[in-house]
Design a protein around this ligand. Structure first.
Ligand code: G3I
Length: 383
């Protein structure tokens, strides 16, 4: 009898487990890392390009907190610069007027220092991902006070530790005019100068960057050049321009990228490629840009490679990356940093933008951290 009850209890427990797994799918594991990650000193991007430019990567919260054990070894091995993908944005770091959440940012900066990396702060003044309290500010004086407090507190805390700040992010429209935002509405176009001046005061040694997407395209580039020229003419310190580099394997404008490097460098600023990734998926309605507020519905036509990238597309991706790095090497004296927007394909924001839940392949490492043909082709360009 004793064994009858024991068998019954064990049976119920295991049936519940199978039910949960098969029917409810409750304890589904995240995708498995199927292959061992080989960390080979000779196969590291940062070593391969150490005489050319920093090789950076955007970190998510799990990587910063060391919750991802593979990334823990992998990132410092491959990269020598880091950017926080989200945790220094206003809505995270400064959620209410006098509330700051520095826990993750402190860990991020400590991670960079521990691994002797070039640390980027991203981003101070951006119309997107603002905390609700900022969006409800109604007077120019209050908004100016917010900017002063925010920049003084955040930049000041990491002075001497963060090497480079994206001071103003995405302030331009595609035609090169200033984007409508709460900052432009309340403070007029000089809010950009104010941001750079405040940042310079709080971190005299950090580099100060203007960062935007599509500013390699002629009209927007002309707007960015006019903006930087004006700031500099007014005695404002601008050290660099960050071309985000969210591009596509279907229309990579190498000529415009080359012209941009030459024209920005001629202003006396450094050039960095700050958020590099190359989407391999179709672009709905020929959408241009990287405005995170644009979203579209998913369907099979828009998500053609859920089970892997066909060889022809893989080769195209590798060729595009090789063309880009070749170009960057040609102008290595003008380029400070090339930062990838994510460590591996599985972690890229492009799996969820502009359509949620697609399977994209925009980076050099696959979902198991294995180097892709693009990685091999890029590495072959190193000295
Ligand atoms: O962390 C929350 C989670 O708690 C919540 O349950 C979930 C539900 O949506 O959202 C999670 O936050 C998401 C966050 O990424 C962290 O994963 C936000 O919704 C999502 O909007 C956010 O997207 C980020 C986006 O900027 C907006 O801030 C992307 O990860 C990030 O890659 C992207 O990065 C931007 C650059 O900062 C500026 N240039 C363009 C670039 C790409 O859009």
């Amino acid at each position: 009898m004793k064994y009858f009850w024991l068998t019954l209890v064990i049976g119920i427990i295991s049936l519940t487990g199978i039910f949960k797994r098969l029917v409810l799918n409750l304890d589904k594991n995240p995708p498995k890392i199927t292959n061992a990650v080989h960390i080979n000193e000779d196969r590291s991007l940062k070593n391969a390009f150490k005489n050319d430019f920093y090789i950076g990567v955007a970190l998510n919260a799990a990587q910063i907190e060391g919750r991802d054990s593979i990334s823990d070894h992998f990132i410092p091995h491959q990269f020598n610069s880091i950017t926080p993908e989200n945790i220094m944005k206003c809505e995270v770091i400064h959620p209410a007027w006098s509330v700051y959440h520095f826990e993750l940012a402190d860990k991020y900066v400590a991670y960079g220092i521990k691994n002797k990396m070039f640390i980027v702060g991203h981003t101070l003044i951006w119309h997107s991902q603002l905390s609700p309290f900022v969006k409800s500010i109604k007077t120019p004086d209050s908004l100016r006070l917010f900017m002063t407090n925010h920049i003084k507190t955040v930049v000041g805390r990491y002075a001497g530790k963060v090497n480079s700040w994206d001071v103003v992010n995405e302030a331009l429209n595609e035609d090169g005019t200033l984007r409508k935002s709460i900052f432009l509405d309340e403070l007029g176009k000089d809010y950009i100068q104010l941001a750079f001046e405040l940042a310079a005061k709080s971190a005299p040694k950090a580099e100060l960057y203007y960062n935007d997407y599509n500013i390699e395209q002629p009209a927007k580039r002309a707007g960015a050049i006019a903006l930087i020229k004006k700031l500099k003419a007014r005695g404002c310190r601008v050290d660099g321009v960050g071309i985000q580099a969210h591009w596509s394997i279907n229309n990579l404008s190498l000529k415009e990228i080359e012209n941009s490097i030459i024209e920005y460098a001629a202003l006396g600023v450094k050039v960095s490629f700050t958020e590099l990734d190359l989407t391999c998926l179709p672009n709905p309605w020929d959408l241009k840009g990287s405005d995170v507020n644009q979203q579209f519905d998913n369907n099979r036509e828009m998500d053609p490679y859920p089970n892997g990238l066909p060889d022809s597309v893989q080769t195209r991706l590798a060729d595009c990356y090789a063309d880009l790095i070749k170009l960057f090497l040609k102008y290595k004296d003008k380029i400070e940093r090339v930062t990838f927007w994510g460590v591996n394909d599985g972690e890229s924001w492009l799996n969820n933008w502009p359509i949620h839940g697609r399977t994209n392949y925009p980076l050099l490492f696959d979902r198991n951290f294995n180097p892709k043909p693009a990685f091999n082709k890029v590495m072959a360009l190193a000295d």
